[in-house]
Design a protein around this ligand. Structure first.
Ligand code: UT7
Length: 332
């Protein structure tokens, strides 16, 4: 049986920086409120003239390929996690395939929101283990700023969400001591409507109606407090599940890379697990919440900063819409 090792990672964030002060000019909020409640100081928004979900993913992929010392045509499978694809259909996976000049390899889209990247890794890992594919490009990429509303009524979501892309290349290896040790994915659809974007949904008589516009159901909805309450329970739970499966303990973790939804959630999890400050990686201050892109952006940045070294045990963990939650343990 093969193992999936991490051959390379990369990321791309759009140029446009939007600070808390910029948002405070458009709605009743403040740098102080946003910093205290979320940890975010600034975020990136795409440029509609040049950025797409697929081309941001392509730029992240090129960085990952370069770091892996690989050519695009060595990739034999793309798994693309996004909840905001460029088109309603087809998914952004095929658009990325086109951007990379690849033809006929499979491209699959995953729609599991903030847990999407770990879901995508778990899918890629299964295909590698069975020997079906050798070099899998796994993506998390989102353009969310175009769905945000810049007024006080929508401020709870608007100050959090942002744009970006991250990539990771998983490579088949027969080194059993390295690579993805275990992945764990969960969901509980009873809570689907606590964080969702309802319209334009398919189960409507008329997909785009005046009602949808009047009710603003084409804008997202989030019950932030409820999401928060579940997140702080599921994060430690799913991390422990992964450690148990790999026969490891919290002390074995060299770096925890949690989804970047709210710094307060991550600090709570860090405290609960008793992790020192240098054992957790956060960059939400600079990028906000980029949903499926947050974990691969962190992984790529942490790699660039020398925070991920040979033999390190890296733990990835996420919680978000669905609800869905997930974890993965990797030995580098
Ligand atoms: O990635 C997907 C998963 N998502 C998450 O994990 C998000 C989890 N939840 C959160 O991060 C937090 O719930 C938020 C940051 C979204 C909100 O923080 P909170 O402390 O839970 O605030 P709240 O929604 O309970 O609102 C508290 C007060 C309200 O005012 P009143 O009713 O007490 O007068 C809100 O209207 O804060 C107000 N508020 C704001 N004030 C200034 C909400 N958003 C803002 C804002 N600026 N941006």
């Amino acid at each position: 049986m093969f193992h999936s090792i991490i051959a390379g990672s990369g990321h791309f964030v759009p140029e446009k920086v939007v600070t808390n002060e910029d948002l405070a000019k458009l709605m009743d909020t403040s740098d102080e409120w946003i910093t205290e409640r979320t940890g975010i100081k600034e975020r990136r928004y795409f440029d509609p003239e040049k950025d797409t979900v697929a081309n941001m993913a392509a730029r992240a992929s090129k960085m990952a390929l370069e770091r892996a010392g690989m050519k695009a045509d060595e990739i034999d499978f793309i798994v693309f996690a996004t909840i905001f694809p460029d088109y309603f259909f087809p998914g952004s996976g095929v658009l990325l395939q086109r951007e990379l000049g690849l033809h006929s390899i499979p491209a699959m889209d995953i729609r599991n929101a903030c847990s999407g990247f770990i879901y995508a890794i778990s899918v890629a890992d299964q295909y590698i283990k069975t020997g079906m594919y050798k070099n899998v490009l796994v993506i998390g990429a989102e353009i969310q700023s175009s769905v945000l509303t810049f007024d006080t009524a929508h401020r709870n979501m608007t100050v959090i969400f942002a744009d970006g892309a991250g990539a990771m290349i998983l490579k088949a290896s027969d080194l059993t001591s390295k690579g993805i040790l275990t992945t764990h994915i969960h969901s509980d659809g009873r809570y689907a409507e606590l964080l969702y974007l309802k319209d334009p949904g398919s189960s409507r008589k008329v997909r785009l109606s005046k009602d949808i516009v009047d009710n603003e159901s084409f804008k997202g909805y989030m019950d932030g407090r409820e999401v928060f309450k579940h997140a702080v329970v599921r994060f430690p739970e799913v991390i422990q599940e992964a450690l148990d499966a790999a026969d490891l303990t919290i002390e074995d973790i060299d770096l925890l890379i949690p989804h970047q939804a709210n710094l307060r959630i991550n600090q709570f999890v860090q405290k609960r697990l008793g992790l020192a400050d240098d054992k957790i990686y956060n960059n939400i201050m600079r990028y906000g919440n980029t949903t499926a892109a947050s974990i691969p952006i962190c992984f790529s940045e942490a790699t660039g900063e020398g925070r991920i070294n040979e033999n390190d045990i890296i733990c990835l963990a996420a919680f978000g819409s669905g609800f869905t939650w997930a974890s993965a343990l990797i030995r580098m």
